[in-house]
Every structure is written in C-alpha cells, then in structure tokens.
Design a protein around this ligand. Structure first.
Ligand SMILES: [Zn+2]
Length: 258
C-alpha cells in the first residue's frame, strides 16, 4: 500500500516516529508521501525523508499568516535543492474568512506554476472550493495532474477532476457510516482514479475516533473501499498502489512490492 498523504513529520509523532513507521511497514504500508505545509517545517520534513518516505513541498492555504512575503521565492529555492516528488500541500480552503480567499488563490496559482515548470504533480487540499480549484487547474494545464487529497466534493466535481487527469485520495472519512455521500463516490468512480491516504495524525478511521491516526490504519480504508465496490482487498491494494506509483514515480521496479 502507498499512503499518499501523511504528516509523519508532525510533532504528534515526535515521541515514537520510528515505531509508527515500523508499524506501517508491518501493516503493509510500504511507502509514505509526506507533504509540506510551511517553510518553517521543511527542515523537519527533510529529517524524516527516507528511501520509502517521499517528500512533497508546498505552502498550505490554511497557514497564510506563516508564509512570509517572499515565501514563493523561498519555495523555489527549496524545490531546486530537494527535488520533491510533488508540489503540495497546496490549494484553497474557503472555510476561511472571505478576505483570505484572494491571497490563497495567488499562492495556489504561483505554486501550480512551479509544478508546471518542474514537470511534477501536485497534492491538493480543497475544501468548500472545488469549483474554483477546478477552474484554476483547467487554466493552468499541468502536465501530470495530481491528487485531490481527502476528496470531499460531489460526484460531478469528482468526474471533472478525473477528466483532467487527477486522482482522488480516500482515507479515514470514507470508513465512517455517516459518510454516505463520499461512500457513494468512492463506490462509483473509475478504479484508475483511486488512491489511499491516512492524513495522519488527523482523520482517523472508524474505530479510532479521537485518537491519533497512523498510516498503519490504511487497511481499514482498503476494507471499506473493497466492500463499497464489491471487489477484493487485494485488487484495491494493487490498483491504488499502481495509480499512486504511476503518478508520483515513487518506486524503482526492483524495490516495488505491494
Ligand atoms: Zn495534509
């Protein structure tokens, strides 16, 4: 399995990070993708990078007040130095007050431009802003698309993303009984669009409410997706892994196992 979105650099893992990674491996989660949030946290991000722990770099829309005026310039320097597998986590979150939306949009567009220049995919955070994200992506025309992390839009929006070459990340949210809307989408979209994610330490799956989430919980998401789609867990694992691998270019053949 590939966890396409986890914040293993989060201080919540400071006490037992290596054990968390070990537990993930034992559960069959062989690769972790760790997106960046702020410049301040990039150094910590580099510390967790490993052959199976892959970094993305980006400036998150919910941390606007932590991004300095020259943040994009600094991000370019980091990206040139680190060669991340994607630009992320970037996007729009319109739960934020309206006066922040324009700033989020400018930050988002500048980072899409960076992804385009580097010819790498993007990891997108979109909440209550899917139509705007879709229009912006249409305008930018990235070469490689990306992943809509913890997808939470409508089926129609899902289809629009997929048509543009984007994958949809499903995690803990889909495992909850009340998540009927997202479950319907997870049951019906093409299997070429599915990827797994934990979003650890956030968004724990059913049975782990109010607890720190870990990548090792990914099999619970697999079980839910397999049930919803009426196919085997092995098929979900194989398909989501190859989708992620194809997009993110994560693995060399020789070390690739699901
Ligand atoms: Zn995230």
């Amino acid at each position: 399995m590939i966890d396409t979105h986890c914040h293993i650099d989060n201080p919540a893992f400071n006490e037992d990070r290596l054990a968390v990674i070990q537990r993930a491996k034992e559960a069959g989660v062989k690769h972790l993708v760790v997106p960046g949030l702020t410049l301040q946290r990039f150094t910590g991000l580099l510390d967790v990078a490993d052959t199976d722990i892959h970094l993305a770099l980006g400036l998150h829309p919910l941390f606007l007040n932590q991004h300095p005026n020259n943040a994009i310039e600094q991000l370019y320097r980091w990206v040139n130095k680190v060669n991340p597998i994607a630009i992320g986590e970037i996007g729009l979150d319109f739960r934020e007050p309206k006066q922040n939306h324009q700033k989020q949009q400018e930050l988002f567009e500048a980072q899409l431009q960076l992804a385009k220049e580097k010819s790498i995919p993007v990891l997108i955070h979109a909440v209550k802003a899917h139509d705007k994200v879709i229009t912006t992506l249409k305008k930018t025309k990235l070469q490689f698309g990306g992943i809509i992390h913890s997808f939470n839009g409508s089926l129609q929006q899902a289809e629009k993303y997929i048509t543009m070459g984007f994958l949809l990340g499903f995690g803990g949210v889909v495992t909850h009984n009340r998540a009927t809307k997202i479950q319907k989408i997870a049951a019906s979209v093409a299997d070429t669009a599915l990827v797994l994610e934990s979003d650890a330490p956030d968004l724990p799956p059913a049975g782990f409410i109010n607890r720190r989430n870990e990548p090792k919980n990914l099999p619970i998401v697999v079980e839910t997706l397999a049930g919803l789609r009426g196919i085997s867990k092995a098929h979900i694992i194989k398909k989501t892994s190859s989708n992620a691998m194809k997009l993110l270019g994560i693995c060399n053949e020789w070390k690739w196992t699901v």
